[in-house]
Design a protein around this ligand. Structure first.
Ligand SMILES: *Cc1c(COP(=O)(O)O)cnc(C)c1O
Length: 370
């Protein structure tokens, strides 16, 4: 007996566990009666320097044209990306954030009866987009919280169409070297797409960054994704992109909404791309902040997973209780229970003062627990 239209939603849709975003500052201020100006949010790997100033100027100027539809082909942003990355415009798919291109990749290749492989503790969006297509997700056990590429290779079945890899990975911060990745790509069957999510690529030292863009010519089954949300500081604007073989890119484009990237995001991302000084400042600040947090956590005797991103996963014991104690002190971090890491909190690297506030709040919450 059917009770409502909702019962007719496919089982694979009803089974989806919604993505849990970081708590917004305004929400915590409302809930706890705190002054929003004194709340520190280190929960979503956002850029503590804010947005690229060049992007902000470009966005302000573009406001005058909001009555017009955006350029559905994103010509200017694609041109800037071709110059920067040495790819052809036909190899670029623009997204409303890189989550959008991850979803397009899934929708272009996955359906009921196919499967996709991803690692345990990998980015939560992979299982979501796979499930939304009615495909089967194959979660592979992690090695030291990172991708076990050998096991992922072995997990590929005849019905597997896609493998997701985050490098560095969120929320664990683990990293795979170029050699290891390339060796993996060489052994993956050519009909299986490999989505290499490089959302934190800009945070890596130059000698650790994979030449993934140059691999596109060698591996037509490779999709590289990048974002303007992290090092470029444009998380709220929503812009990201995929790079792939032109034919693969063409398939992603077929499931793309015609105006998926809004006009402010297009001009903001284009300007941000040329703001190399901002990205440099971001990297330098992140390096310092990582050192500050690592040192502070060691002093407190808190274990953590060494990270190559702009965040650290800390082992806290009862992380849910600690998360609440930190909230009470106006510090928002991310509990990782949804990732099956009940004992871990993920903290994003902030400004020096924000990192300090987090460490102090953590110390006093740990005192309280004793
Ligand atoms: C933050 C993040 C993204 C970026 O998402 P956007 O939709 O571009 O904001 C993609 N992948 C991973 C692993 C991330 O952590």
């Amino acid at each position: 007996m059917l009770n409502s239209c909702c019962d007719l939603s496919p089982a694979h849709v009803r089974a989806i566990a919604p993505y849990q975003p970081g708590k917004p500052i305004a929400e915590l201020a409302r809930e706890m009666g705190l002054d929003p100006a004194r709340i520190v949010k280190l929960a979503s790997n956002e850029n503590p320097l804010g947005a690229s100033p060049m992007a902000l100027d470009a966005v302000a100027e573009a406001m005058a044209d909001l009555a017009r539809y955006p350029d559905g082909n994103g010509h200017e942003l694609k041109t800037a990306l071709t110059v920067r990355l040495g790819v052809d415009a036909t190899q670029i798919v623009l997204g409303n954030g890189s989550n959008d291109v991850l979803e397009m990749a899934a929708r272009a290749f996955l359906y009921a009866g196919t499967s996709a492989v991803y690692s345990r503790y990998a980015f939560a969006v992979y299982p979501l987009v796979v499930q939304a297509c009615g495909a089967t997700g194959i979660e592979v056990a992690a090695r030291d919280f990172g991708h076990d590429l050998e096991a992922m290779l072995a997990a590929i079945r005849p019905d597997t169409r896609m493998v997701f890899i985050a490098n560095p990975n969120n929320p664990t911060g683990t990293f795979l070297s170029a050699d290891v990745l390339r060796g993996f790509l060489e052994r993956v069957p050519r009909h299986v797409l490999v989505v290499l999510d490089e959302a934190y690529d800009e945070y890596l030292p130059d000698d650790q960054r994979s030449p993934s863009v140059s691999w596109l010519g060698v591996f037509p089954n490779l999709i590289v994704t990048r974002t303007f949300s992290k090092a470029y500081g444009l998380a709220g604007l929503r812009a990201g992109f995929a790079l792939a073989d032109a034919q693969v890119a063409g398939l992603l484009d077929r499931v793309r909404q015609p105006f998926n990237v809004n006009s402010l995001a297009l001009v903001g991302a284009t300007a941000a791309l040329s703001d190399t000084g901002f990205v440099e400042r971001t990297r330098a600040l992140n390096r310092l902040g990582m050192g500050q947090l690592v040192q502070g956590l060691k002093l407190l005797g808190v274990d953590f997973i060494p990270s190559h991103g702009n965040f650290l996963a800390c082992r806290i014991g009862n992380a849910t209780a600690m998360y609440r104690r930190l909230l009470e002190q106006g510090v928002i971090v991310r509990p990782l229970g949804a990732y099956g890491m009940d004992q871990y909190l993920r903290v994003s690297i902030g400004l020096a003062a924000e990192n300090h506030q987090f460490l102090q709040a953590l110390e006093s919450a740990m005192e309280e627990r004793k």
